[in-house]
Design a protein around this ligand. Structure first.
Ligand code: H79
Length: 440
């Protein structure tokens, strides 16, 4: 028998399901990585990768002036893409704050732009009806009390070097700073829907729950914002209820993630357009529209969400590649969103169909067959005979004829009990066409 998980709060499973309801329904969110690293424009880890010192990094602070920042445009693009929530980096690992914190001078209000960028984001996204979240980095490469560790921008090799560099640094003070800033974010900007903390790496020269004061922190978070949804990176996995969802980052899960008792977990994969999270001018590894749509559809087909990242430029714009990608997703979502919102993994009685991804809406009892690889005029649904009342394309509600026979004199895929759909030979003008099955 497995050990009972520890609990910090009194919330029941049903109460959690109610709190998570909008999030599981909405499925698709926008991640926004924005900070000083938009200026070097070569990955948000540039300070670590190139071992940049405080003084080498200072020029980005001195010249930070995103004069074209207009989060209303961002919110409109997110909405048009079909995204229902957003998560902005209020502070990333570099330590720079996009908000007017009382606890640091290292903030946007002290740069040439002189604005609380978080405030404008919150107002703009809320105005478009998009739920508002904050990313806050646990790691901080700028704070003088944050001890040098294996993920720091300063690299050291020997224990003696660590000791020397960390003389005078006091994690207890950093812990207070972290708590104070999270309190500011969850107090000064109204109702916040999501808190995305990043990240823990316990072990040698690492940091985890004791370094962050994770238990204290999560208690404060839940007290300030009882309905908030929080990710799983505080290193509190032994508690059932100290986190809400798991966060596979830049990889695909094989199947719906479960805990060790086999319970399905709430989950969200976070993904980038090109690899880097921060704006990367020269990266040439942008995903195709097809790949991006598959990331979304496949997540829903396994019961999860997609948080898709944009890295705005140092002038505060989404660059043309990001705009194009969002636009193409929006084109698809405009006609096919019914297979995403409110949908989840299909019940096991509906067999997998080759070259397709299935999603299911439990309220309307409709099954969505995503034709990832468009078939040639016939699609055999294995074991579906008697299970389907009606079939149509989702984008135009045009009927798709079905037959409980092979539908062709030489359809060798067909077995008794299967259902055959008769499709047009020409693929409809939709990146990934969707068949809507009204289930019996
Ligand atoms: O905020 C985004 C990333 O900066 C942060 N989490 C997402 C949401 C993150 N990405 N990777 N990691 C945390 C783990 C560390 C990976 C590293 Fe590397 C491998 C650090 C150095 C080598 C990736 C590759 C980052 C720089 C090079």
């Amino acid at each position: 028998p497995l050990q009972a998980q520890k609990k910090l709060f009194k919330e029941t499973t049903q109460q959690k399901a109610d709190r998570m309801q909008w999030w599981t329904n909405d499925r698709f969110g926008m991640f926004i990585h924005w900070g000083l690293y938009a200026m070097p424009a070569r990955h948000e880890w540039v300070r670590n990768a190139e071992r940049l010192t405080d003084s080498a990094y200072q020029k980005y602070f001195d010249y930070f002036n995103p004069d074209l920042y207009n989060p209303k445009d961002w919110a409109k693009m997110a909405k048009a893409a079909g995204m229902k929530y957003a998560v902005l980096t209020a502070k990333h690992h570099e330590g720079f704050c996009l908000f007017d914190s009382k606890f640091t001078e290292y903030k946007s209000t002290n740069t040439p732009i002189k604005k609380d960028l978080v405030k404008e984001y919150v107002d703009a996204f809320r105005a478009e009806g998009i739920k508002v979240g904050f990313y806050y980095s646990l790691i901080d490469w700028h704070h003088p009390d944050f001890t040098i560790d294996r993920n720091h921008s300063q690299r050291v090799n020997t224990p003696a070097e660590y000791e020397k560099l960390n003389k005078g640094r006091d994690m207890a003070k950093y812990r207070e700073y972290l708590k104070n800033q999270v309190r500011e974010l969850l107090t000064n900007y109204g109702k916040i829907d999501i808190l995305w903390l990043d990240f823990s790496y316990p072990g040698q020269n690492g940091k985890g729950k004791d370094d962050w004061g994770s238990i204290e922190l999560i208690k404060m978070v839940r007290q300030l914002q009882p309905q908030i949804i929080v990710n799983d990176r505080l290193d509190l996995k032994e508690y059932d209820d100290a986190w809400d969802f798991v966060t596979p980052e830049q990889y695909k899960v094989a199947s719906w993630p479960k805990d060790e008792k086999g319970n399905k977990l709430y989950w969200e994969t976070c993904q980038t357009f090109s690899g880097s999270w921060g704006y990367h001018r020269d990266e040439n590894t942008w995903k195709s529209t097809q790949q991006l749509l598959v990331l979304l559809i496949e997540s829903v087909s396994k019961g999860g969400n997609l948080l898709l990242n944009v890295g705005p430029t140092a002038r505060g714009m989404f660059d043309y590649r990001a705009q194009n990608a969002l636009g193409s997703m929006g084109e698809w979502m405009k006609f096919n969103a019914a297979s995403i919102y409110g949908c989840t993994e299909a019940p096991a009685e509906y067999n997998k169909i080759d070259q397709t991804l299935l999603t299911y809406n439990p309220k309307t009892k409709r099954l969505y067959v995503h034709l990832v690889d468009y078939p040639l005029s016939r699609l055999v649904l294995p074991g579906y005979e008697g299970k389907v009342k009606y079939a149509q394309f989702l984008h135009d509600n045009s009927e798709i004829k079905m037959t409980a026979s092979n539908g062709h004199w030489d359809n060798s895929d067909y077995k008794k009990g299967d259902l055959t759909l008769i499709l047009p030979v020409t693929k409809p003008n939709v990146e990934i066409p969707v068949i809507e099955l009204v289930l019996a």
